[in-house]
Design a protein around this ligand. Sequence first.
Ligand code: UT7
Length: 320
Amino acid sequence: MLYRSRLIGFGSYLPKNIITNNDLSKKIDTSDEWIRARTGIRQRHIVSNETCTSMACCAAEQALRYANLSIHDIDAVIVATSTPDALFPTTAVMVQKELGMKKGFAFDVSSACSGFIFALSVADNFIKTGQAKNIILIGSEVYSRILDWSDRRTCVLFGDGAGAVILTAVKPQENNGILGIYLHTDGQYSELLYVEGSPTAQQQNCYVRMNGKEVFRQAVNKLSEVVDEALIKNNLKHKDIDWLVPHQANLRIINGMGKKLKLAPERVIVTVDKHANTSAASIPLALNVAIRDKRIKSGDLVIMETLGGGLSWGSALVRI
Ligand code: UT7
């Protein structure tokens, strides 16, 4: 390892348009009570004229301001998304264009709700090997475009938004930065959570389909394993962790992971109530909230974890 990556910038964007559970209950057979009890979700932000690219740009610009960097300092843009505006050019290339970045490279990473952690690992490796010094990493999603709004089992669960971080290269002996990232996939579970239809077939609609109960069961097991893996490989104990910043899919899963880590509830960052599940954007959105309200501070040890379609799952240990 030539360098360590440190997170030095944080930003986000949420569409102005908010849809509450009660709004949904006027259109489909659901209720605020059911959604809150089963998921913890109270509302979600849904795009009106925003796009995957426009949200990613806003989040990236905010992260650049936080880091006190200009776009000309950036070597690479990576966007984690399953809902790009086009198959290509990639969202990352469009962000590069919109922000006026004239050098370096940009590309997308797709791994459903695990996209941010997978892309964080990619960015981390570019930095560790000296291939890039500063990287903007964005999770941006427009799930409202791939939801079947007549399917109450899925459409109440998701929202739109974008979160961004900036990674920079620091000396490998520095304490702060990414300590380890642990990734897994298992295609034998591909039918539990997938998108039906394909955006490559012209004019064909595509919809998220999920076996919620089974995904829930897998999430509880696999997230436990991958959090243990991060602790064991870094010779850490539960008490060493300051914050859990989990993927925001379901409050019951989030609380279960907090208990497993023996963390007090106030040490678990929860945004699922306000954002719902924003897939690859959910972790950077949650991280951004807790950095800006000054709960998470420099030197704090954060564990992130996620599970999504694939199935794919992973964890990341980061000292802020
Ligand atoms: O980000 C990727 C990872 N995703 C996840 O981690 C999600 C994991 N799964 C879950 O969060 C939960 O399984 C759900 C929130 C999706 C569902 O909760 P559940 O407790 O597993 O409910 P269920 O699917 O077993 O449904 C229970 C009942 C069913 O009725 P019957 O068959 O018992 O009569 C459903 O038809 O609730 C019904 N139901 C609803 N009722 C009102 C399903 N969706 C709704 C709804 N409103 N929106």
